[in-house]
Design a binder for this molecule. Structure first.
Ligand code: COA
Length: 360
């Protein structure tokens, strides 16, 4: 019995390999470093889903059309759904889609996650949702649907890099959830809804919002060391640090930091949040080494996710939804891979409750 299933291998996959010792992420034979340089999110979807589902050959076009279809769902959605916290509104809107195990369902889910996220953000600001532009790339269209303005190429490229970076990551909690649901024979929608529920928690995809709350509370680089000492002294966890698998720096953190630097050069001369973020990161790493000398706690993907998504104009309450826009590719690929094995996931539990007194 292993609490948290630590070190338990619960699936065979050709999709991704998280090498926690060397700090490497491999997606279907390609390193993340190579992928972010040469691939768009649509390419990574093709990479993940080929052999898993009968995808249309022209995926970017098919995905653009699927975004247009998903927007019809926005127009007919009940007003009260948009009052919910964004990730709950996203779950409710996705739940209005039909379930299935085919490519059409997969496209609806990938497109719907993007279209619904943008529409939820607009509606929460009292603005009308903006219909998709099927001719744009997926990342560029998410930004355009959110702001109404076709984004600068570097902003679109930065969001695209984010989506590529988070597309898949081994058997994380939400992906495992998707595989468990798929193993029962339920469809891709059911797997996605369950995965989104798992993603929401602050120990998984809900961390980047609290990262910004921490930066707000720290305020200036000179406050970083003292604030962090106090937080660790109170026994709190620092959001954006630590990982179940990585014992070195999460390679996705550097991928996102690279995207942020490109944006920063365009956006403002003062560097935005980056100088504060770097000071907090250094102070946190130094303090964690002292507080937890027996556990390597390094920067994880959520730390620079928070800074990047904020710089791109996403409100922090929506960060988990944007994470879902990328991770949905991995969820669907894993759900399909699990279905193809045909094997139900059904582990055992160890009963530690009272026993029936057989003698009585
Ligand atoms: N800040 C402070 N202490 C931390 C920590 C953090 N971010 N992450 C782990 N620790 C501590 C734990 O309190 C524990 O201390 P203890 O042995 O004295 O009880 C020790 O390090 C081991 O932690 P453990 O819970 O076994 O690590 P895990 O592998 O189960 O947890 C996370 C992984 C990601 C859940 C954990 O690091 C965390 O909560 N991070 C903050 C949330 C976050 O950034 N989530 C996004 C993940 S991508």
């Amino acid at each position: 019995m292993s609490e948290g299933l630590e070190d338990v291998v619960a699936a065979r996959t050709v999709l991704s390999d998280v090498d926690g010792v060397r700090g490497r992420l491999i997606i279907r034979g390609a390193s993340l470093d190579a992928l972010v340089e040469k691939s768009r999110y649509e390419d990574v979807l093709t990479l993940l889903l080929e052999d898993m589902i009968a995808l249309p050959t022209a995926l970017p076009e098919a995905l653009g059309e699927a975004r247009v279809r998903a927007f019809q769902q926005v127009e007919s959605a009940a007003d009260h759904l948009f009052i919910l916290p964004p990730v709950d509104a996203l779950r409710a809107l996705l739940a209005t889609l039909p379930d299935g195990d085919d490519a059409d369902t997969a496209l609806r889910l990938i497109a719907g996650t993007a279209v619904f996220t943008a529409a939820i953000l607009r509606r929460r600001q009292g603005l009308s949702p903006i219909p998709p532009d099927p001719a744009l790339g997926h990342a560029a269209d998410i930004l355009r649907m959110m702001t109404g303005i076709t984004p600068e190429p570097d902003a679109a490229a930065a969001l695209d890099r984010y989506l590529v970076t988070v597309a898949d990551h081994g058997l994380n909690a939400s992906t495992f959830t998707a595989r468990v649901i798929a193993s029962t024979g339920a469809g891709l929608l059911s797997a996605t809804l369950g995965a989104l529920g798992a993603l929401k928690g602050p120990l998984h995809g809900g961390a980047p919002g609290p990262v910004l709350d921490m930066l707000d509370a720290i305020g200036t680089p000179s406050n970083a060391a003292g604030w962090i000492e106090d937080a660790l002294g109170r026994g709190e966890r620092l959001m954006g640090f630590g990982h179940r698998i990585y014992r070195v720096r999460d390679p996705r953190a550097d991928s996102l930091k690279g995207a942020l630097r490109l944006l920063r050069e365009r956006k403002d001369g003062d560097g935005g949040r980056l100088p504060l973020a770097e000071a907090v990161e250094q102070a946190a790493l130094a303090a964690l080494r002292r507080y937890k000398p027996n556990r390597t706690l390094e920067t994880n993907v959520e730390f620079y996710t928070a800074i990047l998504l904020e710089t791109l104009g996403f409100p922090r309450e929506a960060f988990t939804c944007v994470f879902a826009c990328g991770r949905i590719g991995g969820w669907i690929a894993h759900a399909r891979e699990q279905s193809l094995t045909g094997r139900l996931i059904r582990p055992q539990s160890e009963y530690v409750g009272p026993r029936v007194d057989e003698a009585a």
